[in-house]
Write a protein that binds this ligand. Sequence first.
Ligand code: G6P
Length: 488
Amino acid sequence: MSQQTAKKPTEEDNGIPARTHIYDFLVVSNRLPVDRVGEGEDAGWRRSPGGLVTALAPVMEKSDGAWVGWHGAPDEEVEPFEHEGISILPVPLSAGEVETYYEGFSNATLWPLYHDVIAPPEFHRTWWDAYRKVNQRFADAVTACAADGATVWVQDYQLQLVPAMLRRQRPDLKIGFFNHIPFPPQEIFAQLPWRRQVLEGLLGADLLGFQRPNDASNFARAARRYAGASGKGTHLVVHDPTRHDGRREVRAEAFPISIDTARIAELASRPEIIERARQIRQDLGDPKVIMLGVDRLDYTKGIRHRLKAFEELLTDGRVKVGEVTLIQVASPSRERVEQYRLLREEIEGTVGRINGTFDTMQHTAVRYLHHSYPTEEMVALYLAADVMLVTALRDGMNLVAKEYVASRLDGTGALILSEFAGAADQLKQALLINPHDIAGLKDSITTAINLPPGIAARRMKTMRRQVLVHNVEEWSSIFLARLKEVCP
Ligand code: G6P
């Protein structure tokens, strides 16, 4: 940590105290990369699963970095702390803000709007006010401790106003933004009553990263149409009166995110995890084929479509209980948001109906698990699964698909992958499906079950090569190198 004083310390303002330490590199995300574990005297923090923090930890250490984000509990102030070499700067949220900024505007307005309006987005002015206020708090937390000319990397749709807020307060910063979820076509984005403000917020960045080239061009089109940007393709120019020539360049480009491939592969080679995979199969009565779905319980993931296809295959007699079992892990998510509550009821009703109809005393059709698991157990599940089902209706990337591929060290296994997930751009040898086409999905499932081993191995080998080279470390270094390049 550097001992200099921040260039422009913010006074007690919007909940953010002035800081005495400053940093050259800051990552800002709604959630911190740590989760609380234990209670009372045993309370502590554990690194959250997921690759982002693994990719950024070395950059943080090298460049005197800090991570700014919410620690996950309402109405609680947590002092800055160090965790595994990373400086953590918690931003507080009140219970009301969790409802309006997080559950409301982020997850009941933006999330459905950006995912093809699969669920109807709700537009409430009070939610928008909270979103602005909380984004300002995150921006203040950064400006209070960013060194002169520091690099700030803002993550995801919860914080789209932060880039412009940072630029207003601190034009010296190099500002990057990465959108982990899709950016919708202009015709859908146009519904947002605050579309201009959101675009202006994003246009505060020097470099905007998206998962797919289409997301970047959707953004660029919207920026030209509703926020007065000019320029060709995804190389935009915006008006900026603080610059001597009155203009500033903004790039919107695709940087497909990936996983910590080496860690997944290392776990997949551990004898105890291989043994755990064997035990999972045995516990299910050693069916010939295990199919697996692993998702947050979210309406974008196409869990209903997958269950429908499986139920019809059972009804048609094309698959039989005892021979084929589907494990569906649905990790709890955003449980206070109405659409998520409704989805849970629907999925659990469907699973109950399928199992009630097809289960025998010895065997189950669907083993449904409404839990989150540590990465070790996830990898054991990947190893136990002959067929992985990723049937998202819309998904920025889908890292589960990449993790499955990374864990199949022996080259076996078949991946069914929705063409509406960003991962379909990189994993072209998967069995690509349109999840809305139930007949096609059923055919792909039976193809996957009966895939000749030689063909399966060839496909898997090519996909494995892809994720081995293009891992999350490469992703973050390419983004940060590009940011350096585009910042004068
Ligand atoms: C998606 C988003 C992330 C988010 C995660 C979990 O992957 O892109 O920004 O953190 O879902 O959702 P949650 O609402 O629990 O943070």
